[in-house]
Design a protein around this ligand. Structure first.
Ligand SMILES: Nc1ncnc2c1ncn2[C@@H]1O[C@H](COP(=O)(O)OP(=O)(O)O)[C@@H](O)[C@H]1O
Ligand SMILES: [Mg+2]
Length: 389
């Protein structure tokens, strides 16, 4: 436990952040140095790498949320498979950098979300609101030899929150300004926005999921073109928006119109949603369907941020690379500038991985890092569980 005491006392830590988002596209690994704590945290991003997840494993993970033949054994095994996958990615990353486990103080691991049920349903008289990220942190700690803090969402859900979004903590720590209000959009599988009013406090931050990010586009690209995603938005750019389908989506989608705080996932934007789209495509060509869904995705983001009237929108996540999606968003946003984020070492690719490094560091600093105004939780709680190596 001596090492643990040293770790707690450190003011400068070398931390790895690791995650796989709802897109299940890749394991993202970032290496950072973090000095200080809370609002005075200084983060230096040293390196970032993304390790693509093999398509068979991706499909297996996605099946968990739709296949009702899944057994407890499948979930039990997958928890360790993903733990091993994350450990392998981290080990590869540190050996590529000519580093070793002893050079790293801590890993912050989000795991892979497989279920997210923030709405309550009583089961046997008990609340069953819940969220589940697989990739057990003890497996990662023991396979890497590095201390791990993982499972960042559970404490917030247990205290009445959605356990999502968590990224506004990073936005607040790094980007809050006493001079201007700012808005940030992360376009992952799902999109979420953070709005920071001028000089805002931790619990004044407004943040919520706006609706789909790349999730609908990716699923339809797989169904219609057997491709993982619409690279650079080329398919969407080649198609035409179908007015009938666009109207159908505006009426059909119940999530984007909901009041915040709110969060969503594959439970809503999954198989049923996609098959309902395909029943209503009228005579749109495949590329037109992609174009329409891309425009609709931009519309749901815009619909949720227009009330804040921000001067600038800073975009992160894989969606920032979809040129067609960005163009639709720019069209909707009018005078509001829409730009990919590139500030204080944070880029469109590494933002979420840096978040989990920061959250792990804040756990050791004794800081409660949920944003109650974003998650809907009734108190500030410690995010994460500590698994010493
Ligand atoms: N060059 C690109 N062109 C278009 N879309 C892209 C590109 N690169 C990544 N994406 C999209 O971004 C997604 C991954 O985004 P990411 O931010 O990693 O999401 P998540 O956090 O859900 O994993 C991919 O599934 C794909 O839809
Ligand atoms: Mg990803």
């Amino acid at each position: 436990m001596n090492n643990f005491e040293t770790l707690i006392r450190k003011n400068l830590r070398t931390v790895i952040g690791v995650l796989s988002g709802t897109s299940v596209d890749a394991v993202d690994v970032v290496l950072v140095k973090i000095k200080g704590k809370g609002k005075s945290s200084e983060i230096k991003v040293l390196d970032f790498r993304s390790y693509p997840i093999n398509i068979k494993l991706k499909k297996h993970i996605l099946r968990l949320s739709t296949d009702n033949k899944i057994k407890a054994e499948d979930i039990c095994r997958l928890n360790f498979v993903i733990g091993n996958l994350f450990a392998e990615s981290v080990n590869k990353f540190i050996s590529d950098k000519n580093l070793s486990a002893k050079d790293i103080d801590l890993i912050g691991s989000h795991g892979q979300t497989v279920c997210h049920f923030p709405a309550n349903k009583k089961l046997f008289g008990y609340d069953s609101r819940s969220t589940l990220q697989l990739g057990d942190p003890s497996v990662i700690a023991n396979r890497t030899g590095i201390n791990v803090i993982g499972d960042f969402r559970t404490a917030d859900v247990a205290s009445g929150g959605d356990g999502a979004p968590l990224v506004p903590y990073l936005d607040y720590i790094l980007f809050a300004s006493d001079k201007k209000s700012r808005a940030f959009v992360n376009i992952g599988g799902i999109s979420n926005v953070t709005y920071l009013c001028k000089s805002c406090d931790q619990n004044e931050v407004i943040a919520f999921d706006t609706g789909p990010g790349n999730m609908l586009i990716d699923s339809l690209m797989m169904k219609l073109f057997k491709k993982k995603y619409d690279k650079n938005g080329k398919t969407s750019s080649a198609g035409k928006v179908n007015a009938g389908l666009f109207k159908f989506l505006k009426d059909y989608d119940k999530f984007y119109r909901k009041k915040f705080p709110k969060s969503t996932g594959r439970e809503y934007y999954g198989e049923k949603y996609i098959s309902d789209i395909l029943k209503n495509v009228e005579n749109a060509k495949p590329a037109d369907i992609i174009s329409t869904v891309t425009k609709f995705t931009a519309f749901t983001i815009y619909h949720n941020i227009k009330r804040f009237n921000p001067g600038e929108l800073l975009i992160s996540g894989g969606g920032a690379k979809n040129i067609s999606l960005m163009n639709f968003l720019k069209e909707y946003s009018g005078k509001t500038e829409v730009n990919p984020i590139n500030e204080k070492g944070i880029t469109t690719d590494n933002k979420e991985a840096v978040l989990f490094a920061l959250l792990a560091n804040e756990f050791l600093n004794g800081n409660r890092a949920n944003i109650t105004s974003a998650t809907g939780s009734f108190k500030n709680v410690f995010l994460g569980k500590f698994c010493p190596a």
